[in-house]
Ligand binder design. Structure first.
Ligand SMILES: Cc1cc2nc3c(=O)[nH]c(=O)nc-3n(C[C@H](O)[C@H](O)[C@H](O)COP(=O)(O)OP(=O)(O)OC[C@H]3O[C@@H](n4cnc5c(N)ncnc54)[C@H](O)[C@@H]3O)c2cc1C
Length: 398
């Protein structure tokens, strides 16, 4: 492999954000290097692997190689043991992310981006207070690569933003701490995702069951950081397992954090852009970030290529990406963030009421808008915001 000493754009991280940013920058004429510290994109998997069809279809042709299951049904379980069923055929998938992430990298490579794995970015390279490249370690050797733009797509534990002087700190209540087991030897419905709510099960969060087949599933929990002191997510999940899957085999365990804030205020600096989890571009209620990362990264990649053409690497120019993010998703994410603050305070009685409401809606007539509106009932301003968010774009709240 021929790694040059200089590229227009260096992307750090080869998750969905990195590979989509690399692809759109390369497709629009920039020379692109993508550095990934792990030996393979998508490994280790730290994800429940749930996505909506509408979310991923604009980015990649659907391929059975990376689809574990097709989801038509969502089951909501209330604290008092009631269940509501939402049916919407063909709306979602549980992915095989180790294959999906590689497929996204392959698309970037087809457009001319070079992916280097086992390449750990260590720092930015500065000259006269200006970022001029990236220092990285590759196969034990410290190297530098020069570039005009660095795209930080280095995930939830991102350091690129901080290196560039961006405030990436999160309040404890805006980090969900998650534990997930991939289970085998269980019986689940392959087309049905399940969600359990309530303070006994998962305070300030939920337990999910995302099936990968009729006998395997990702079963996990996310709890808001400030509520995970006395009893951690693992203890909650183990209690849940005892009740629902006492005899399951755990084939894989994941620990991870999910930023559930309203995205970074500052997404760019001179010569730098931040995307995906690194920029906290995650749905604050569901914790889903794959589609969000790809949408943001497409904008970032295109703007990076335009910057190269126009030789404009200053933050003022790169803010085109910030503006596009606000327009496509960022403004909606601010509304969802406000809703999340409300959700975290919902009592078990309110969750019972919401599931009760859902039970009365025919399974195939169900909409997320109806669900969210019911959840914020009693707060007219927020109800208005929710209605507006759905008018602006249907995809955004998925
Ligand atoms: C338990 C759990 C369950 C989740 N479930 C879902 C779900 O069902 N649906 C959903 O949409 N989202 C889910 N998410 C969130 C989702 O995984 C992320 O939002 C998504 O992966 C974000 O993509 P990304 O490219 O920004 O970051 P990542 O996928 O984390 O990719 C970042 C990449 O950067 C690399 N990297 C980091 N530092 C460096 C460095 N210094 N040098 C080189 N490379 C580096 C990493 O190795 C990694 O490959 C879940 C998260 C967790 C923790």
């Amino acid at each position: 492999m021929n790694i040059k000493n200089r590229y227009d754009v260096v992307v750090i991280g080869a998750g969905p954000a990195g590979s989509v940013a690399a692809r759109f920058a390369a497709e629009n004429g920039a020379s692109v290097l993508m550095l990934e510290r792990d030996r393979e994109p998508g490994i280790p998997v730290r994800c429940a692997e749930g996505v909506s069809h509408n979310g991923i279809a604009p980015f990649i042709d659907i391929d059975q190689r990376w689809i574990a299951s097709k989801i038509d049904v969502a089951k909501l379980h209330s604290p008092n043991g009631e269940t509501a069923i939402m049916r919407n055929n063909g709306t979602g998938y549980v992915l095989e992310r180790r294959i999906f992430d590689t497929a996204l990298c392959e698309l970037a490579a087809e457009k001319g981006a070079l992916l280097v794995t086992k390449a750990d970015a260590l720092d930015l390279v500065w000259e006269n207070d200006k970022i001029i490249g990236v220092k990285y370690k590759y196969l034990g050797e410290i190297r530098t690569v020069k570039c005009d733009i660095v795209i930080g797509a280095d995930g939830v534990e991102s350091r690129v933003g901080r290196w560039a002087g961006i405030d990436t700190s999160l309040r404890l209540e805006d980090i969900d701490t998650c534990v997930q087991y991939t289970l085998a030897g269980i019986d689940v419905e392959k087309d049905t995702c399940e969600f359990y709510f309530g303070k006994e099960v998962s305070p300030g969060g939920y337990v999910w069951i995302f099936p990968k087949s009729d006998h395997t599933a990702n079963v996990g929990i996310g709890i808001a950081g400030h509520l995970a002191h006395e009893k951690g997510p693992k203890e909650f999940l183990d209690e849940f397992m005892q009740k629902r899957f006492p005899n399951a085999t755990v084939t894989y365990t994941v620990y991870g954090g999910v930023p559930t804030a309203a995205a970074l205020k500052e997404l760019v600096k001179d010569n730098v852009m931040i995307v995906g989890d690194a920029a906290h571009q995650v749905n604050p209620i569901t914790g889903g970030g794959i589609v969000q990362a790809m949408i943001a990264a497409r904008s970032a990649g295109k703007v990076a290529a335009e910057a190269v053409k126009q030789k404009r690497f200053d933050a003022k120019f790169l803010k085109k990406y910030t503006k596009e993010w606000d327009k496509t998703l960022g403004d909606t994410q601010k509304v969802i963030f406000k809703m999340k603050e409300k959700f975290m305070k919902l009592t078990d009685e309110r969750f019972n009421g919401i599931v009760d409401f859902c039970q009365k809606v025919p399974a195939d007539k169900f909409s997320l808008k109806a669900l969210f509106t019911e959840a914020v009932k009693g707060d007219p301003k927020l109800m208005m915001d929710v209605a507006k968010a759905f008018v602006v774009s249907k995809i955004k709240l998925k």
